[in-house]
Design a protein around this ligand. Sequence first.
Ligand code: MEV
Length: 316
Amino acid sequence: MKGQGIGFGKAILFNEHFVVYGIPSIVSAIGQYTRARIEPSPKPQYQLEDLRPATPKYKEDKKDQQIDSLNKMLRKMNIDLSSKGIKIILDGNLVASSGIGASAASCVAVARALSEYYNMKLSDEEINDIAFEGEKGYHGTPSGVDNTASTFGGLIWFQKGEPNVIEKISVSTPVEIVIGNTGKVANTQAAVAGVKDRKEKNAKKYGEIFGRAENITYLARRALEEGDYKEVGKLMNENHRLLQQIEVSSRELDFLVQVAVKCGALGAKLTGGGLGGNIIALTPGKSVQERVANAIEKEGFQTIKTIIGMSHAEVE
Ligand code: MEV
């Protein structure tokens, strides 16, 4: 008996953090994925073999959250391992780091692999619900944006609510992006808690920032659908400034954003929880993408070059 599944990494183009409060966001899956495999084990419960490539310290830092997350998913799936245990093996080409959806990708991959192993035949919607439960182990109160991108792939408009609004965004021409990794592992749960705290203390200021973030997403969606990447880039820069104002950026993130924009990116911003982790730069055309990625690498940081605006089947 064997089970296997994958979950995509993701990059948020607009409104991480704001999305936690019901403001719309735009997110893209990326081609890099985490794979989970399930095998029978002679021991009860589960053993975990985490073979994912990762930013140094990422796996150690997330270990407790990972166990909490796995336990939450097993409970949600009513899987009892007290007599027959399993081995969970994680690998794939997504470098586990902060901001790139590594936790969501592994939750989705594990949910899919368990579904196959126990012949549950779960739908994508059910996989997404289970992965959302798993994300609680990492984020505390996740919005659901990461697991949604990781499950369904493609470019997505996501708004948290009852129910969540999940819409595919179609673009006429897929576009190149660069993701730059600060190499700093960050704690999303702490970043989200910090925003909550400051928002309560500075209600008026945060109200204005949140209002602008909301406007930006609608403008960005239209610009994406019209293929107006200059406008998308401008809005990404503005989105980064709003994220700076709610204090989730960092010196390294601001530096990588500056490098990207200086080298010809149409826009750049932090992506994900912030306080470390990754930036995303919009770099239409192979030569701009190459130039921006090289400049970031020359400064000693790792990059991913990928394309957004394709369905995940195409990205694969
Ligand atoms: C993390 O990738 C995105 C956040 O908005 C948290 C969440 O939406 O759950 C910071």
